[in-house]
Design a protein around this ligand. Structure first.
Ligand SMILES: Cc1cc2nc3c(=O)[nH]c(=O)nc-3n(C[C@H](O)[C@H](O)[C@H](O)COP(=O)(O)OP(=O)(O)OC[C@H]3O[C@@H](n4cnc5c(N)ncnc54)[C@H](O)[C@@H]3O)c2cc1C
Length: 468
């Protein structure tokens, strides 16, 4: 570990995950001589990718993920490959170890609290794994602690049975290996990212005569990667809308009540694929004598047969129980202005994807323009599931547009912000022009649907919100 430069630091970054490392990259771009201390409670950089299930893969090609400006470090397959956990960690850790001595990392060190002090300094209390504590002063504190992710405790088994085993996706590799070639019936509960990863893993690693059954409660829309993630010849593909441009069109068309129609239209246009027809949300696995029967909450049953062992894989992902920026339960990202009451700047997914968003917010902070940027939030409780996506998209796209006006084109190009994230340069410029052309309509929508957020104020959930 490099020894830290002397305090007070120009910037103290909390968290060495996707967001924290992009904040560091933004500081390297905007003020390369600034002194930076990164506090990380784990022993290594890489954030939650250190503890995700072992067979997790990115859901987008590697070159659009990772630390801004470091796309080359992914290697030749970055356009087509969905990187593994190892690949992602390698990318993050290589970046962390490539930084100059003005940037130091303190591992096994947890942020406890932040307080305003004299001369514009912020004081941060730090606790080490050894239980020692210290206080560090910095001019700016960037809080990149990510979401507070917890595994939900699901009691799926109605009764225990020797033929039936349960596991979380984190344990699946061990379970498959411990069965040493024995064919099983794997019932994957949850058709989200984790469930799809589990099915892919089982397709490759479970013995050939195994069965895999994927259960998903509510129907889900999946983005059609072949349509919305262009690869290869970017000039040929310029007429194909990428995901961010589709979001932009949705934001313009959304009136506060037509969310479902917009999704259905996208499905008809082949941009989304719907899976499921309104099945139940949770399952129970019942064991009935010699036969094993899945009893769904709707009352429907699925016979699994008597011949195979059954492994119930709880691929329910990790639930975000609260967002630890404020310590307030259920205060959601888009509900908060990034400038917190204690002076910290909370970064994360304000402008869409975590890394680019963290990068751009940090650029604005370093250039002294963060306070100029208007933020708007939506009322999460006042909207139901599907509408939430549209309020969120409108907030994200609106902020991206405002931010684009405050920074230089060079900053935009290096940050791979939402609107250029999915494509190479001509594609990025095309998307950015589309955003700017749409600005009048988007501004109108943002004023109609979202409510303004003030710096240094934690907005209580349920205050303000979209007009419905
Ligand atoms: C299964 C899964 C797959 C995903 N796939 C993708 C994908 O393909 N593409 C994508 O864009 N996103 C994906 N995500 C979203 C994911 O959340 C982001 O990729 C990203 O890793 C989040 O980065 P972060 O820096 O905000 O948070 P984290 O990765 O959680 O990093 C936060 C860091 O802060 C540290 N920290 C927390 N509290 C403290 C404290 N008090 N003191 C010091 N340090 C602290 C943590 O130890 C951690 O290292 C996926 C998420 C999951 C769960």
């Amino acid at each position: 570990m490099k020894s830290p430069p002397p305090p007070p630091y120009d910037f103290l970054v909390v968290g060495a995950g996707y967001a924290g490392l992009n904040a560091v990259a933004a500081l390297q771009h905007a003020c390369p001589s600034a002194t930076v201390l990164v506090l990380e409670q784990r022993e290594e950089a890489g954030g939650c990718w250190n503890s995700l299930y072992s067979f997790v893969r990115l859901h987008q090609p590697a070159f659009v993920f990772g630390v801004s400006g470091q796309a080359a470090s992914w290697g030749p397959d970055a356009r087509s490959e969905l990187a593994s956990r190892h690949g992602v960690l390698n990318h993050f850790q290589k970046y962390a170890s490539s930084l100059p001595p003005t940037v130091a990392f303190l591992f096994s060190a947890s942020f406890v609290r932040c307080e305003r002090g004299d001369a514009g300094l912020l004081h941060v209390d730090v606790a080490f794994a050894t239980r020692e504590t210290t206080r560090v002063a910095a001019r700016h504190v960037i809080d990149a602690r990510g979401a507070d992710l917890k595994l939900p405790q699901l009691a799926c088994l109605r009764e225990e049975h020797e033929r039936v085993a349960e596991c979380y996706s984190e344990e699946l590799r061990r379970v498959v290996q411990s069965r040493r070639g024995e064919a099983c019936c794997y019932v994957v509960v949850g058709g989200g990212k984790t469930g799809c990863d589990a099915v892919t893993y089982l397709a490759k690693h479970a013995p050939p005569s195994s069965r895999v059954l994927l259960l998903q409660g509510r129907p889900l829309y999946f983005i059609r990667r072949d349509r919305m993630f262009p690869s290869g010849n970017c000039l040929k593909e310029i007429s194909v809308p990428v995901a961010s441009e589709v979001f932009l069109d949705w934001c313009k068309a959304y009136d506060g009540s037509n969310a479902l129609e917009l999704l259905r239209a996208a499905e008809r246009d082949g941009l989304l694929m719907r899976v499921g027809e309104g099945e139940p949300q949770l399952t129970n696995l019942g064991v009935d004598g010699a036969r094993t029967t899945l009893v769904l909450r709707s009352g429907k049953t699925i016979e699994l047969g008597a011949e195979q062992r059954v492994v119930l894989v709880k691929a329910v992902g990790r639930l975000v129980e609260d967002y630890n920026a404020s310590g307030e339960p259920n205060v959601w990202k888009c509900m908060q202005h990034p400038i917190q009451p204690d002076g910290r700047v909370r970064i994360g997914a304000h402008f869409g994807f975590t890394g680019p968003s963290a990068y751009l917010l940090t650029i604005l902070l370093a250039r002294g323009k963060l306070e100029e940027l208007p933020f708007r939030g939506y009322n999460r409780l006042g909207t139901h599931n599907v509408d939430n996506l549209f309020y969120m998209s409108t907030a994200i796209v609106w902020h991206a547009l405002q931010a684009a006006r405050l920074v230089s084109p060079l900053d935009m190009m290096s940050c791979t912000i939402m609107f250029d994230k999915f494509g190479p340069m001509p594609r990025q410029l095309f998307a950015l022009s589309k955003l700017l052309l749409a600005s009048g309509k988007l501004e109108e929508q943002a004023h109609k649907l979202l409510h303004p957020l003030r710096p240094g104020v934690i907005e209580a959930n349920g205050v303000g919100g979209g007009q419905k």
